[in-house]
Design a protein around this ligand. Structure first.
Ligand SMILES: [Cu+2]
Length: 299
């Protein structure tokens, strides 16, 4: 053991730490399943941060433990420690390396934020993730009628100030109202109101979020999405659910005495099931629908 040169040891330790960190980054198991197109973006970023954290922890904790054992006070050793007055090269390295890590993570996080539509609330700004899902024709139309067109989409009418948006028309738009202590979901086109969120799988969903009283926060852990509902300020959340199933909707902003009970569920349906649910509720909630059906059919 003592015969091996220090450089070989350093190299071996470096490889082992890297391998453990890589493995830990991808297997941290800290998140629930991924159920939206946005979830992998968030998770990949988090896993990279976790990987770096594991590597740094192993290096720092490992060095401390190694030094405690290797350079412990031996019996009979009454001498002072080696007088050290710093090491410029070492200090330059351990300043530069974290600086590079922080800058890279900063750029990466902005990239993820952009891809999720963080710079496009209210239909402004670019957003390649969602644009790629839709036809170029649609995009062109949107760009041409950019300024206050009379046939403005729901997104533009709602005019969100904050959140995650997109420039194109979403497949499904739902108005979400947070209030003490419930979430109310309204489907404006069908005049349907529900206490749970129902959406089709693999379709872009636009949530137009409002708050009736205090600040709430709409959070679906499986989607990796969270957006505040702020009284007096419209927010939005644009996403695509990728897995049929039902997931918890949690209020993530302390909003009063029953905040902990402010939960509901989001049901991700197949398109057929979704259409069926919507139609059933449309009939149930709009008794004088015979006329409305005729109007819809004509459109
Ligand atoms: Cu709340």
């Amino acid at each position: 053991m003592k015969q091996l040169p220090a450089s070989i040891w350093t190299l071996t330790v470096g490889i082992v730490v890297t391998l453990i960190a890589f493995w830990a980054g991808g297997h941290n198991g800290l998140f629930p399943e991924q159920a939206s197109a946005q979830a992998p973006l968030v998770d990949n970023f988090f896993n990279l941060m976790f990987m770096i954290a594991v590597a740094l922890f192993l290096l720092v904790a490992g060095t401390i433990i190694f030094f405690m054992i290797q350079f412990r006070q031996r019996p009979g050793d009454e001498g002072d420690g080696v007088p050290l007055e710093g090491d410029f090269a070492l200090e330059a390295y351990w300043t530069l390396i974290p600086a590079v890590i922080v800058i890279v993570l900063g750029i990466y996080s902005v990239e993820v934020f952009t891809e999720m539509g963080g710079f496009a609330p209210g239909g402004g700004g670019g957003n390649h993730l969602f644009m790629s899902h839709h036809s170029h024709h649609k995009m062109k139309t949107q760009l041409v009628s950019d300024t206050d067109a009379p046939d403005a989409s729901m997104t533009e009418e709602f005019n969100a100030e904050y959140g995650f948006g997109g420039t194109d028309q979403a497949d499904v738009t739902v108005t979400v109202t947070g209030m003490q202590y419930a979430w109310i979901f309204n489907y404006p086109e069908q005049n349907v109101t529900a206490g749970e969120l129902h959406i089709p799988v693999d379709k872009t969903v636009q949530l137009n979020i409002k708050a009736a009283d205090v600040i709430h926060s709409f959070w679906v852990p499986q989607f990796r999405l969270k957006q505040d509902a702020i009284p007096g300020h419209n927010t939005e959340l644009r996403f695509t659910a990728t897995k049929v199933g039902d997931y918890p909707v949690v209020c993530a902003e302390l909003c009063g005495g029953y905040h902990g009970a402010m939960r509901t569920r989001v049901y991700v349906h197949t398109q057929t099931e979704y259409d069926q649910w919507l139609a059933e509720n449309q009939f149930a909630q709009n008794p004088d629908l015979s006329g409305a059906v005729a109007v819809h059919a004509e459109e």
